[in-house]
Design a protein around this ligand. Structure first.
Ligand code: NAD
Length: 260
């Protein structure tokens, strides 16, 4: 993927950083976007050390801010002149609470980041891809974008919306050579999931993790690198005809009904 350019949001850690490593290993130039400037800088330093031939820029931006998104897209075009791939990955989980007790401000924040952030990314990147007559987009949904998840109403709502917007982008822009898909990770061990285990069992997060892993057919959590391999394929020219799909990366867990 030499001379190809990818934007990754939420690139400083977790799934975004793992994808950055995978795409860099395939020679793609990278635009790393995150609102955590310290971690973003650490990510750039590590990637530049491991992949000296790859050109990497970082842009501090909150994806829920439309102007900031427009700016990261403009900046990418200014520096690289094109955008081949968008990994629309930045997202937050919010708090764990029942639907009727959920803090409305947190609810709106989850929607602003997970839904509007993904929308703004596509809104400003797609016109650039249309000009090129080529583009690949991967939006990050979740198993919570396919099924309900107890105590996570805004997260589930936002991730179903991501899956829905993905279908529309595929319908509306396939004619321009733009293929858009979503991924639906299950429990992948990233800082976000480590934090969720702390909320579930503040005394013993490791016990919460071990118990959770037992539900999965593979009896383990997923690794960020395992998600990155699929993302790299969907963002490459090797993907010629997969579009509008929400693909689970969950060790098969979303197929369980009842006990197993
Ligand atoms: P993480 O918290 O480990 O990393 C997320 C990164 O996104 C962080 O660097 C954070 O600073 C950044 N970010 C968050 N909000 C942002 C914003 N408004 N603007 C810019 N940057 C922002 O999370 P993760 O586990 O790597 O999750 C990445 C994506 O994958 C999220 O959309 C999440 O919902 C989704 N997901 C993760 C899992 C999992 O098991 N880890 C499962 C399903 C879906």
């Amino acid at each position: 993927m030499k001379n190809r350019v990818a934007i990754i949001t939420g690139a400083a850690m977790g799934l975004g950083f793992a994808a950055a490593k995978e795409l860099a290993s395939e020679g793609m130039d990278l635009v790393l976007v995150d609102y955590n400037d310290k971690s973003l800088n650490d990510a750039q330093v590590e990637l530049e050390k491991d992949f000296p031939a790859v050109k990497i820029i970082t842009i501090v931006a909150d994806v829920s801010n439309e102007e900031a998104v427009k700016n990261y897209v403009d900046e990418t075009v200014k520096v690289f002149g094109r955008i081949d791939a968008l990994y629309n990955n930045a997202g937050i989980e919010g708090k764990q609470a029942g639907m009727t007790e959920y803090d409305v401000d947190v609810f709106k924040k989850v929607i602003d980041i997970n839904l509007m952030g993904v929308y703004y990314g596509m809104r400003y990147v797609i016109p650039v891809m249309q000009e090129q007559k080529y583009g690949r987009i991967v939006n990050v949904a979740s198993v919570g974008g396919i099924r309900g998840v107890l105590n996570q109403t805004p997260y589930v709502a936002s991730k179903h919306a991501v899956s829905g917007m993905t279908k529309n982008a595929a319908l509306e822009y396939g004619r321009d050579g733009i293929l858009t898909n979503a991924i639906a990770p299950g429990a992948i061990l990233t800082p976000m999931v480590a934090e969720a285990f702390k909320q579930v069992n503040p005394e013993d997060p490791q016990a919460a993790e071990t118990e959770y892993a037992q539900r999965n057919p593979t009896k383990r959590l997923g690794k960020p690198e395992e998600v990155a391999k699929l993302v790299a394929f969907l963002l490459s020219e090797d993907n010629g005809y997969v579009s509008g799909q929400t693909i689970a990366v969950d060790g098969g867990e979303s197929n369980i009904y009842g006990n197993s």
